[in-house]
Every structure is written in structure tokens, then in C-alpha cells.
Write a protein that binds this ligand. Structure first.
Ligand code: HEM
Length: 326
């Protein structure tokens, strides 16, 4: 989680912290805690009855703690934004996302209005969104990858064989290696089919009345697109609960991209981090299995299929043995 957090942090604020440093782990944990609010029943009630937000004390400890973490992160972001404002060179290249935002802010909101577009409040909102949306999703997908590899040692073995044959033992894996690794790409696509990390997606609303397949949907209807219905539809993917990367290999073992899968959603509001997430998934997964073998904690003590529900559906922490591959 901390590695993924560090990447997002670098993008937003130009900072990378050593992984041994407590701070980055703590911040990733804080973001994780904030994500818990997303699936808190109180949030659904506030969505229906907004005035309830003034009665947050009714929502219990988890909610209070998540709000406290959110406030703690906001103070931290404000400090970093202030530091950027003091050191930015408006004529030069932006060092990171915050610089780019501040440059645009100078043009579109020169009086630094506190509300609305290009305000600091908006910047804090965007930074917070990227931080929450970017850490838990990618981390959960990678954890599920490890989970399925432990459960399917024969698939894990095929991954090593491909990585050793194509990359060799000593090279560091780069994005340019991706097209040469069809089996790994098929495993990554299969993990995103079987692991739907955002099971109820985000809420959308129709901006105008529309008719689809004879169903009339009025303007302002809340829509929750559920792509898991396709990912786990046995007419589309026979034996849908089985982890089987060969679904995405053709007769010559070439990788086949499948447009029926939409883990990042579709349309204008689809995941803004898709390209980054795809790179992270490839680099981390390839490097993990190039360097290490993942085994159950004890023979026959396989990780359990149990989940926490926050912003995402994420697997409960499990133990495993990680052995360096020679
Ligand atoms: C495996 C990794 C990821 C998955 C499966 C994923 C999936 C999704 C999904 C399903 C949505 C909802 C789109 C919709 O409303 O239709 C979303 C939104 C979003 N994602 Fe991701 N995401 C991932 C990684 C990331 C990363 C790395 C970032 C940031 C760098 C990110 C930032 C966001 C943001 C900011 C939104 C809200 C977009 C908006 O409403 O405008 N995501 N993501």
C-alpha cells in the first residue's frame, strides 16, 4: 500500500519518501481509514437526507474516526500547497500536479476566491480524491493477484516460466516488456475480471431523460452501473468464479484484450487513473513474480476468501510465505 501511495504522492506533490519511513505507511493507513466512510450506512442516509450531516455524532466511532482522519489529511495537504505556493516558478515547467493547478489558478482565479473552480478548496478535493481512489484500488487488485496465485500454484509456475524465458533472471522489468508477456497480461486481465474492486461503482445521475431497451429513465435518476453483472455472467464467461487466464489467450497463446471488461468503468467519468493503474499493476505484478515465489503460510492453510467493505471490496489481510527466487 505504501509503495502505491508513494507513486500517487510523487505525482501530486513531487515527494517520494523512503519506504522505511513511518510517515508514508501512516498516511496510506489514514487514507484507508477515510475510505471507510464511503461504505458507512450513515453516508447512504446523508445522500438521501443531506441535513443529517449535522448529526454526525449519531453515526458512531468508525465514522467519527474517518472524519478525523479526513481533517488530518486536509491540514497536511494545505501545508504542502502553501509550500508549493512559496517555491513555485510560474514561468517554468510544473514540478507536479499541484504546481500545474496553481499555474491554472493564477489565470482562472487570480483573486484566490475560496469557493468554486480553481480554489484551494477544489485542489484539496481533487488531491484527496486521487489519494483515496488511487491507493486502495490498485493495492486491493495486487493483493487479489497474490491470493489467486497462492491458490493456483500451477498458474504461478507458468508465470515464472514466461518471466524467466522473456526477461531473464537479472534484468529489471520495464513497461517496454509488457507486449512480450502475453501470459502475464492474460493473468492481469483475468484478475480485473474476477476481482471487481468497486462493486457498486460510483453513483451517476442522468442529465436528461433517456430510453434504453424500451425502459424510460427520467432526468435526475441516480444510476449505479454494475459491471460485475457482466464480469461474472456465465453466458459471457463460462465458470465465472474460476481464475482462468487462458480465457484471454488465442490458439497461438497471444494475449487478447477483451472489451466486455470494464473495471475502470466507461464514459466521460471513467477512472481518471486508468493508465497509471494499468502501469502499476503490470510493474508490481511482474516484479513480484519475477523475484519471489508466494506460498501459503503453511501447506494446506490457504488464505480465506473474506472481505472488508470500504471504498472498495478488499480482501482481509492474510499471511503467506514469500521466498526469493534464485
Ligand atoms: C486497479 C485500479 C483502479 C480501479 C479498478 C479503478 C476503478 C475506478 C472506477 C470503477 C471508478 C468510477 C468511474 C465512474 O464513476 O464511472 C473510478 C473513478 C476514479 N478513479 Fe479509479 N481505479 C483504479 C485506480 C485509480 C488510480 C491509480 C487513480 C489515481 C491516480 C484513480 C483515480 C480515480 C478518480 C479521481 C476517480 C473519480 C473520477 C471522476 O468521478 O471524475 N483510480 N476508478
Amino acid at each position: 500500500m505504501a509503495c502505491v501511495g508513494n507513486i500517487i504522492f510523487h505525482l501530486l506533490f513531487g515527494i517520494s519518501e523512503p519506504l522505511e519511513d513511518e510517515a508514508i505507511h501512516k498516511r496510506a493507513e489514514t487514507a484507508f481509514q477515510v475510505a471507510k466512510t464511503f461504505n458507512h450506512p450513515f453516508v447512504y442516509l446523508v445522500t438521501l437526507f443531506p441535513f443529517l450531516k449535522y448529526f454526525r455524532f449519531l453515526a458512531g466511532k468508525t465514522y467519527e474516526e474517518s472524519i478525523r482522519c479526513c481533517e488530518e489529511l486536509s491540514i497536511f495537504y494545505k501545508r504542502l500547497i502553501q509550500e508549493h505556493r512559496e517555491t513555485i516558478n510560474y514561468e517554468g515547467e510544473p514540478r507536479d500536479y499541484t504546481d500545474a493547478f496553481l499555474m491554472a489558478q493564477r489565470k482562472h482565479n487570480p483573486n484566490l476566491n475560496e469557493e468554486g473552480e480553481w480554489s484551494d478548496k477544489q485542489l484539496i478535493g481533487v488531491v484527496g480524491d486521487m489519494f483515496f481512489a488511487g491507493i486502495e484500488t490498485t493495492t486491493t487488485t495486487l493483493e487479489m493477484f497474490v491470493y489467486y496465485m497462492i491458490h493456483n500454484p500451477e498458474i504461478q509456475k507458468k508465470l515464472y516460466e514466461e518471466l524467466d524465458r522473456v526477461i531473464g533472471k537479472d534484468k529489471t522489468i520495464a513497461m517496454s516488456d509488457q507486449p512480450k508477456l502475453p501470459y502475464l497480461n492474460a493473468c492481469l486481465q483475468e484478475i480485473q475480471r474476477i476481482t471487481v474492486v468497486a462493486p457498486i461503482n460510483l453513483f451517476h445521475r442522468t442529465s436528461e431523460e433517456i430510453t434504453i431497451d424500451g425502459y424510460n429513465i427520467p432526468k435526475d435518476t441516480i444510476i449505479i452501473p454494475e459491471f460485475e453483472m457482466v464480469h461474472k455472467d456465465e453466458k459471457q464467461f463460462p465458470d465465472p468464479w474460476k481464475f482462468d487466464p487462458t480465457r484471454f489467450l488465442d490458439a497461438k497463446n497471444n494475449f487478447v484484450k477483451d472489451d466486455r471488461l470494464t473495471p475502470f468503468s466507461v464514459g466521460k467519468r471513467a477512472c481518471v487513473g486508468e493508465a497509471l493503474a494499468r502501469m502499476e499493476l503490470f510493474i508490481f505484478a511482474a516484479t513480484f513474480f519475477h523475484r519471489f515465489e508466494f506460498l501459503p503460510e503453511e501447506p494446506n492453510k490457504l488464505p480465506k476468501y473474506e472481505f472488508n467493505y470500504t471504498l472498495t471490496k478488499n480482501i482481509k489481510a492474510f499471511n503467506c510465505r514469500i521466498i526469493e527466487r534464485k
